[in-house]
Each structure stands twice: as structure tokens, then as C-alpha cells.
Design a protein around this ligand. Structure first.
Ligand code: S3P
Length: 183
């Protein structure tokens, strides 16, 4: 099977902030030729506000409602196949978890806390980590969310030590195997 051969469904990237969803999403887009969409970017385009501004002006719950509505739009019947990169907290709602599973092959990208801390510290666009002790916040959120990522994903991928291209190739191979085996 060649790398560009179509898959029957979407590939969805889930995982904590700073685990490489956007970078690996771009590689998958290049390899597979499906357009990459990012739920945060779609929300920003729709509202004309950045995620940080939405959190600051309207609060997290409002953002979660926008996120759930966006996911629902992506699940429209006859929607084209895509690579879907998601915000790290999308799995906190049960309905989102079911929709994600329904949408396609769900890949949980992971990275160690030190790496997450370093990457997310490079800019100020993660409002949940605007706290006095971001490491503690990351650890607490990870503890809370890990079972949700696990329950939603078809595969877990540790991203450290491999380049994004290698990871994307591995994901495609496992997705093909998954669909070929009738899932
Ligand atoms: C969030 C992750 C962010 C963004 C928002 C909330 C989270 O997306 O949706 O800041 O709750 O983990 P990334 O995972 O793309 O950084």
C-alpha cells in the first residue's frame, strides 16, 4: 500500500497541549493529502477571537461549548475526509469522546511533562497554564485527563525521540492496518 492511498475515515489527533498535534498533523496532511483542520483555529476563525481572548472574555465553559459545536460540524454527514487536530481539553466532554471515536482513527499523542512545560512556556496562548505553577497544573490536568484520552484513542504514540515525519508514517501504517482489519 502506498502512503497516499485513501483511508475510509478521518485521522484525529488528540492529546495534551504541547504534544505535537499541529506539527504531526501537517506531516500527515502532506503524506496523505487530506486537508488538516484544527478545532482551535476553526473556533478562532468563526469568532474572530483568539482562544486566549475567548477564555478571558467569556470563560472556559463558553469555549467548551464552541468546541463541542465545532466538533459536531466536523461530523456532518458527507463531510470530506480530513486530518483533525483537536484542542487538548476536547475529551473532557463525554459527547465529544463519542463523536471523536465515530469520526475516525483516533491517535493520542504523548510527551513527558518537562517537554510539555518547555513547549507551552514559549508563548502565552494557553490560558489554562497562566498560573503561578504551570508544572503542577499540567500534572493535575494530565492525571484527570489520561483516562479520557485512553478511552477515546485507538492508539497511543510517544512522540519523544522520533521526528514528526517518522511518527506520521507510523500513524498512517497503523491506521491502514486498523481499517484493513475491519474496524
Ligand atoms: C486546551 C488546549 C488548547 C486550547 C485551549 C484549552 C486544553 O489547545 O484548546 O487553550 O484544555 O488543554 P492545544 O492542545 O492545541 O494547545
Amino acid at each position: 500500500m502506498n502512503a497516499g492511498e485513501p483511508l475510509p475515515k478521518n485521522i484525529i489527533l488528540i492529546g495534551f497541549m504541547g504534544c505535537g498535534k499541529s506539527t504531526i498533523g501537517r506531516k500527515l496532511e502532506h503524506l496523505l493529502g487530506y486537508p488538516l483542520v484544527d478545532t482551535d483555529e476553526l473556533i478562532e476563525q468563526k469568532t474572530g477571537l483568539s482562544v486566549a481572548e475567548i477564555f478571558a472574555k467569556r470563560g472556559e465553559e463558553y469555549f467548551r461549548n464552541l468546541e463541542a459545536a465545532m466538533l459536531h460540524e466536523l461530523a456532518a454527514p458527507n463531510a470530506p475526509r480530513r486530518i483533525i487536530s483537536t484542542g487538548g481539553g476536547i475529551i473532557t466532554r463525554k459527547r465529544n469522546r463519542s463523536l471523536l471515536k465515530h469520526l475516525g482513527y483516533v491517535v493520542w499523542l504523548q510527551a513527558p511533562v518537562d517537554v510539555i512545560l518547555e513547549r507551552t512556556g514559549r508563548n502565552r496562548d494557553r490560558p489554562l497554564l497562566h498560573t503561578e505553577n504551570p508544572r503542577e497544573k499540567i500534572e493535575a490536568l494530565l492525571t484527570e485527563r489520561k483516562p479520557m484520552y485512553a478511552a477515546t484513542s485507538d492508539i497511543e504514540v510517544e512522540t519523544i525521540g522520533l521526528d514528526a515525519g517518522e511518527i506520521a508514517c507510523g500513524i498512517l501504517e497503523s491506521a491502514r492496518y486498523h481499517f484493513a482489519s475491519g474496524a
